[in-house]
Design a protein around this ligand. Structure first.
Ligand SMILES: *Cc1c(COP(=O)(O)O)cnc(C)c1O
Length: 394
């Protein structure tokens, strides 16, 4: 891998296609354009490709192919898991448990369900973003129908103890959904070990194409469809399949799982180098999220007295791309709900940046970032009225 033309530190927002994924997809964007529902040769080729990809996705998470349904991405899978179970189970109970740090695809779906007459408990997290299984257990009620807790957080990288939580929900006979979008392809995901009933995947977070994802639905789990129409996906999810995307997703998850042992080691070293480099060279910095049980590619820092947006714009002029909190919340002035749930003070939260690394991030990218950041933050500190006030108060 040569020099990267840009310094891309936003892999949690999306990733670049793996070259082999593009290659695998190409035939289905060109000659093999048949509709998998057809009965002639072209169609059978497409159908076979979809089923091969389903086996690849299933194998990557230790599921059976019949338990994998392709969707348009993580957002649809999250919506489906929550709304599908809620609608199906509403006569048994109307209580759902989730956390205060979920992705908007879960958070906003829960808020919608509250308007539909469901009651949602938002579990607190500790200062590193961990949910306590004991707190979850106490929140369970006789009318609880679903627990939805993400496997790894997209902003601060915290990896939740889902296996422990799964043991609790399993023993209580309550469905457990996990949003594994940030985890899949980056850390091991095994639906049996985790004891989950529903699990969300999105291909573009592991070097696959955008607009394709999957929902794992454990055999026997009952949920209503949200898309009605044709009999595609065993009548669980209507709509003509995005064949090239499905093929790309199968290839991407297979490659990501194969590369994972090496990649996660490499990225963990880069992550810890970046964390140490920032802590050693920049004053008034606070690492958000844990140092252990953290996604290999995730670094998230609050810089006191400066605005995250200002740092971001500055970095942008140098061809360096990162993110303040989550992509969906940038552009708004409110600090992210995740940082608030971690108990980070408002002012500090506004000075927060996420650097997320991936398979194309090199050590020289990290060195380049570490050369850019300190002088930039020193300049912003000099311009900061908040820092002036602080110095005056000493
Ligand atoms: C990106 C992301 C999603 C949304 O997935 P899309 O495929 O972009 O709709 C959901 N949850 C998490 C944790 C994510 O990081």
């Amino acid at each position: 891998m040569g020099e990267n033309p840009i310094l891309y530190f936003d892999n949690a927002a999306t990733t670049r296609l793996h070259p082999s994924v593009l290659q695998a997809m190409m035939p289905y964007l060109e000659d093999c354009f048949g509709n998998p529902s057809g009965v002639y040769g072209y169609a059978r080729t497409a159908k076979k490709a979809v089923e091969a990809a389903r086996r690849q996705v299933a194998a990557a998470i230790n599921a059976s192919p019949e338990e994998i349904v392709f969707t348009s991405g993580g957002t649809e899978s999250d919506n489906w898991a929550l709304k599908g179970v809620a609608e199906r189970m509403r006569d048994r109970g109307r209580h759902i448990i989730t956390t205060a740090i979920e992705h908007h695809a879960v958070k906003h779906t829960c808020e919608y369900l509250e308007k539909q007459g469901f009651e949602v408990t938002y579990l607190p997290v500790d200062s590193e973003g961990f949910v306590s299984p004991a707190t979850l257990e106490k929140a369970i009620r006789p009318d609880t129908i679903l627990v939805s807790i993400m496997l790894a957080n997209n902003e601060v990288g915290t990896i939740q103890p889902i296996a422990e939580i799964g043991a609790i929900t399993r023993s209580r006979g309550i469905y457990l959904h996990t949003d594994a979008v940030q985890a899949a392809g980056h850390i091991p995901v095994d639906v049996e070990a985790l004891q989950v009933d529903l699990l969300t995947l999105s291909a573009h977070k592991f070097y696959g194409p955008k607009g394709i994802g999957a929902l794992y639905i454990r055999k026997g789990v009952r949920l209503n469809p949200v898309l009605h129409g044709g009999a595609q996906e065993s009548s669980k999810r209507a709509g003509t399949e995005y064949v090239a995307g499905i093929v790309g997703m199968g290839e991407a998850i297979t490659l990501a799982v194969a590369e994972m042992p090496e990649e996660s080691k490499r990225l963990t070293l880069l992550r810890d180098k970046l964390i140490k480099g920032i802590e050693d060279t920049i004053p008034f910095t606070y690492l958000n999220g844990p140092r252990e049980n953290r996604l290999p590619g995730n670094v998230n820092f609050s810089f006191d007295f400066v605005e995250g947006e200002s740092i971001l714009l500055y970095l942008d002029t140098k061809g360096c791309y990162a993110s303040t909190g989550s992509a969906c919340s940038s552009g708004s002035l409110d600090p992210s709900h995740v940082l608030m749930a971690l108990g980070i003070p408002h002012g500090l939260a506004n000075g927060t940046l996420r650097f997320s690394m991936g398979r194309y991030t090199t050590e020289s990218d990290v060195d380049a970032l570490l050369a850019l950041l300190p002088p930039m933050i020193t300049r912003l500190l000099e311009l900061s009225p908040l820092y002036e006030d602080y110095k005056a108060s000493l």
